[in-house]
Design a protein around this ligand. Sequence first.
Ligand SMILES: C[S@@+](CC[C@H](N)C(=O)[O-])C[C@H]1O[C@@H](n2cnc3c(N)ncnc32)[C@H](O)[C@@H]1O
Length: 218
Amino acid sequence: MQIDVFTLVPHAFGWLTERRPVAAVLGTMLDLRLFSYRDYTPLRAAQVDDEPYGGGAGMVLRVDVVAAALDAVYGGSPSHRVVALTPQGRQLTQEIVEELAGEDALTLLSARFEGFDERILTHLCSDAISIGPYVLSGGELPAMVMVDAVARLLPGALADESHRIESFSRELEGGLEYPHYTRPAEFRGWRVPDVLLSGDHKRIEDWRREQSRARSVH
Ligand SMILES: C[S@@+](CC[C@H](N)C(=O)[O-])C[C@H]1O[C@@H](n2cnc3c(N)ncnc32)[C@H](O)[C@@H]1O
């Protein structure tokens, strides 16, 4: 899968690419490319944004700048999905992550300041996605959230296939995962449930399903 991220802060992605799951699939199942709008802007002095028409605070990412960046990289509009990261988009869920992980290629557009010129959303993007109902200062963290969530579903990303049974998975009927415990078995009088120490795999499995269902009921 190829994921291209367009950003004003490409170096922000350093940490993400050095760690699992992304590091595990980079160069094999995942080709992650980072592009700076400033490298493609047709404007002078690496300008990428401008004041909003009608007045008001903040700067708006220009449509001609984003179009120039897409043209330079793809020679026009890409045939794959182009996702704008915006708090006004469809809210990200595990279902959407799974859907996106099935794509061969994906482009993520992030903005800063006041956000995108609306024409970027209406003419240059196929999707608008929000990572939650709150406002961050830029699209870099949302892009990293998306890359991490998608990358961990790619074959080889996780050594132990642990994403097969986890919160929101089909295996748990879309519900929340059961609780986990590790050593020590008792700490300050707080004991690990006896069933987990029993060695009885059937009972443990039943207990986990029951716990998962109980915590998934709202
Ligand atoms: C300060 S925000 C702009 C908010 C915009 N003026 C509004 O009120 O809807 C700057 C940029 O950060 C990114 N961003 C902020 N919050 C986000 C969220 N919850 N999900 C996805 N992207 C977000 C987007 O790329 C956005 O254009």
